[in-house]
Design a binder for this molecule. Structure first.
Ligand code: NAD
Ligand code: LMR
Length: 336
């Protein structure tokens, strides 16, 4: 029976796998949350020497969980072994910020990791490997990875802003007291930082009388134009303040959403936010990894075109682009 033929396993690399996000994401991947309930996976887990014992503990637990889709686990501190033949690379390895820091404060430590791992991926990953960078500063780490792995197609290198996108959906849902699954088409523009612009101008809510614009349902423009934006921009910091650790389960879940939609496609009429290599759309200069609204089909993303941008949005989109330009030069100064 053809329907019972098992798919070939997909090799998924998780770097920083002994860390917080690593611990949250590996069971999700092994349960099919990222690539689908019929997709077997082989996990490649990378961390550094001081975390080797903890990494081995994660491997033990993955074996103990007896996940039916999990066809193998490679746990290693060798980037070459980790990258060998991987189809998906989830780059979490790096250092998280602590209370009082901006994400770019971890720049000097983290960009050098992305420069080094770019070559391991370029040389050893599968040709069509899809890369998702999570470690902060996520956009700039992704850009450095792209620049030091020139043979990986630029369309295959992305960074995570889906967490911000999901946070925006969550805030709208809480404020209107509607199901989060009925809210769609928010946009995160720009950097995964406090300059990001969460935009609700095209967002809608499914109601009993059809789809309604969020702007029509939320009567308080002041909330949408001020507090909503700063809440989403500052949510990472608020979680750090509360947990004394940065967000992990929501980041892991958003990373699964990002890869699932990229590989399996976005639902009809829905877009999501992804940090991707700018092609000049919406006047954002090419050569930045910038978060745009995208739809995905057959394993490829495309930027949603033709959305009307008002003056308020324009200024915010440009401000976050400007920060990315500054981060790029700071990153290069850290590498020199
Ligand atoms: P963590 O400190 O718990 O785990 C990070 C792991 O990376 C550690 O186990 C560490 O040993 C490992 N590591 C360090 N250098 C490495 C290297 N060269 N190669 C492989 N592994 C290496 O941190 P965390 O909470 O899991 O967060 C990881 C990163 O993700 C941080 O930079 C954090 O700021 C970022 N983050 C991003 C988002 C986002 O939405 N983009 C959300 C949450 C966290
Ligand atoms: C987040 O958005 O939660 C992460 O980027 C962690 C952080 O430093 O805010």
């Amino acid at each position: 029976n053809l329907l019972n033929v098992e798919k070939e396993p997909v090799r998924v690399l998780v770097t920083g796998a002994a860390g917080q996000i690593g611990y949250a994401i590996v069971p999700m991947i092994a349960r099919g949350v990222m690539l689908g309930p019929d997709q077997p996976v082989i996990l490649h887990l990378l961390d550094i020497e001081p975390a080797a014992e903890a990494l081995n503990g994660v491997k033990m637990e993955l074996i103990d969980a007896a996940f039916p889709l999990l066809k193998g686990v490679i746990a290693t501190t060798d980037p070459i072994e980790a990258c060998m033949g991987v189809n998906i690379a989830v780059m979490v390895g790096g250092f998280p910020r602590k209370e009082g820091m901006e994400r770019k404060d971890v720049m000097s430590k983290n960009v050098s990791i992305y420069k080094a791992q770019a070559s391991a991926l370029e040389k050893h990953a599968a040709e069509d490997c899809k890369v998702l960078v999570i470690a902060n500063p996520a956009n700039t780490n992704a850009l450095i990875l792209k620049e030091f792995a020139p043979s990986i197609p630029e369309k295959n290198i992305t960074c995570l802003t889906r967490l911000d996108h999901n946070r925006a959906l969550g805030q709208i849902s809480e404020s209107l007291d509607v199901q989060v699954s009925d809210v769609k088409n928010v946009i995160i523009w720009g950097n995964h930082s406090s300059t990001q612009y969460p935009d609700v101008n095209h967002a809608t809510v499914q109601t009993s009388s059809g789809e309604k614009p969020v702007r029509e349902l939320v009567s308080d423009d002041k909330w949408l134009n001020a507090e909503f934006i700063t809440t989403v921009q500052q949510r990472g910091a608020a979680v750090i303040k509360a947990r004394k650790l940065s967000s992990a389960l929501s980041a892991a879940s958003a990373a699964c959403d990002h890869m699932r939609d990229w590989v399996l496609g976005t639902p009809e009429g829905t877009w999501v936010s992804m940090g991707v290599y700018s092609d000049g759309s919406y006047g954002i200069q090419p050569g930045l990894i910038y978060s745009f609204p995208v739809t995905c089909e057959k394993g490829k993303w495309s930027i949603v075109q033709g959305l009307k941008i008002d003056e308020f949005s324009r200024a915010k989109m440009d401000a976050t682009a400007k920060e990315l330009v500054e981060e790029k030069s700071l990153a290069y100064s850290c590498l020199n």
